[in-house]
Design a protein around this ligand. Structure first.
Ligand code: ZN
Length: 510
């Protein structure tokens, strides 16, 4: 023992090192991350093998798809209580893998006769979106930067299992196993990974075929709150020796959303010109936008979400709360800077659709009263009680019951100087209940979806059925609007409205 004590220091320092086996110095990874990763990796490899094999897939130049089917109009139907309207869904996708670019064309339809057409093109780090029907954002293209491209590609990949497998195999460090799940006698493997834009996806693989059966993401929705969007793939059939699904069923929190059929073509070798900006489209105007535009004395259009702030002596009345809490939080900040210290006491919406009412929660949180038609009471209660844990808002932090007042035909707010009239004008072809907000002193009308002027250019679109229906109501109520505004488009005049009617062969009545 004495001898041990006198062993020189440097020897002590050396002994443990030379004494440890090499395997201990470069230890193999262990632990939950590694376990999860190593369970997930073979699932991706098996799926690639089952789809056609890595070698065959690596020789693939491009994938073109035609997607057609039916869309169930969640938060876009006649009544907030259902049944859901059904619209046609049409999209064409082309993923040029060889040249790292993509092309997508899609038609969006809304009840009863709204048709919007969009085209999206992405290259390695840039891209654009254009309005093909020129009835939404007009002839100005929307540029996509690197992040915009990543988001667009991630969404496209969620529609094409092969692209998801490709992304997953390029991002293996983000792969995790979520275990298995029995579906009848089918032991499904469930894994997760993070797409290049940061979206976390959950993939479910069929235990027998090893093919991708389902992809899910979590998202926040203004009306429904926390939402699982799921796409189920089936009817896999070979196209040039690669298996592609030919059927897709989407659901949101279990409610049927889209029923789609795929038509797939491979290696079509698209011409370069397909990815060019089509003629007639111009760069977006770069004029700095003010946070609000005063349309008339004490009446402001909030530029971030096109809602309307009507300033009374003692309070502010807001018309329309589109999309989700984020949008209304920005609008409320702008309104507070316009009218410091004045409480926002009321909110009304033209109708219950998500793009008009989905942002109601921040108004509920600050104690504003929702003034609406009777059929929307339950709808707003549902919005108030929806769970928002993915993107918590003020109402999540401080829940309170919503203040809701309903009216039947007409409700007037006036302080002697400022007057706002609300008219219930439903039902029509778009919704069962609809409100017009009218400022008689300023002859300003706020309407929903009856007239949508594109946000750029000078085009006046042809009237839809709703344009004509609302025109009849304007005439019946004896309103004489000079300025007509809404949540979607640029500010219109009565002449613009009349021209839209004439384009559809309708003689204007007001
Ligand atoms: Zn609508």
């Amino acid at each position: 023992m004495v001898g041990f004590r006198v062993v020189p220091r440097f020897i002590l320092a050396v002994i443990p090192i030379v004494g440890v086996p090499l395997s201990m110095m470069a230890q193999a990874p262990t632990g939950p991350t590694w376990d999860s990763y190593t369970r997930a990796l073979p699932v991706i490899r098996q799926a690639i093998e089952a789809s056609g094999g890595a070698e065959r897939l690596s020789k693939l130049d491009d994938v073109s798809m035609t997607i057609t089917g039916r869309m169930h109009m969640i938060n876009q139907s006649l009544s907030p209580n259902g049944p859901l309207a059904i619209e046609q869904y049409n999209a064409k996708l082309l993923m040029d893998l060889r040249n790292n670019r993509s092309w997508r064309q899609q038609e969006s339809r809304y009840p009863v006769d709204f048709v919007f057409g969009f085209q999206q093109v992405t290259k390695a780090n840039e891209g654009f979106v254009i309005d093909l029907t020129l009835n939404n954002f007009g002839p100005e293209f929307i540029p996509l930067d690197k992040d915009g491209v990543a988001t667009a590609r991630a969404r496209d990949a969620r529609e094409i299992p092969l692209l998801l497998l490709r992304q997953a195999s390029e991002r293996v460090a983000t792969l995790r196993s979520l275990g298995t799940r029995m579906e009848g006698d089918n032991k499904q493997e469930i894994i997760a990974f993070s797409q290049p834009d940061g979206t976390e996806v959950t993939l479910t693989f069929d235990g027998k075929t090893h093919l991708l059966a389902k992809v899910e993401i979590l998202q926040d929705n203004g009306v429904n709150g926390d939402e699982v969007l799921s796409s189920g793939f089936s009817d896999y059939r070979p196209v040039n020796k690669i298996l592609f699904p030919h059927r897709r069923i989407d659901s949101r929190n279990g409610t049927l959303f889209r029923e789609l059929a795929y038509e797939v073509n491979l290696d079509m070798h698209p011409a370069d010109a397909l990815f060019d900006l089509p003629k007639g489209y111009v760069a977006p105007s770069t004029s700095a936008e003010k946070p609000a535009v005063e349309l008339a004395h004490n009446v402001y259009r909030i530029q971030s979400n096109n809602s309307l702030a009507v300033l009374f002596k003692d309070y502010v009345f807001v018309v329309e709360a589109p999309n989700a809490s984020r949008d209304s939080e920005a609008a409320i900040a702008t309104i507070r800077s316009l009218a410091p210290g004045k409480p926002i006491r009321y909110l009304t919406v033209t109708h219950h659709h998500e793009d008009h009412a989905g942002g109601a929660r921040p108004f509920m949180a600050i104690g504003a009263t929702i003034v609406t038609t009777p059929g929307n009471r339950r709808f707003f209660q549902r919005i108030a009680s929806a769970s928002h844990t993915i993107r918590p808002d003020e109402l999540t932090q401080k829940p309170r019951p919503p203040l809701i007042e309903t009216f039947d035909k007409k409700r007037v707010f006036s302080d002697g100087e400022q007057t706002l009239e609300l008219y219930s004008i439903g039902p029509n072809s778009h919704v069962n209940e609809m409100v017009l907000a009218y400022l008689p002193n300023q002859r300003l009308l706020y309407q929903g979806d009856a007239l949508i002027l594109p946000n750029s250019g000078h085009d006046i679109p042809k009237a839809t059925r709703l344009t004509a229906e609302v025109a009849t109501k304007i005439k019946e109520l004896g309103l004489q609007p000079a300025i007509i505004t809404d949540v979607h488009g640029r500010v219109a005049t009565a002449d613009d409205y009349r021209e839209s009617l004439r384009k559809a062969g309708i003689t204007p009545q007001f």
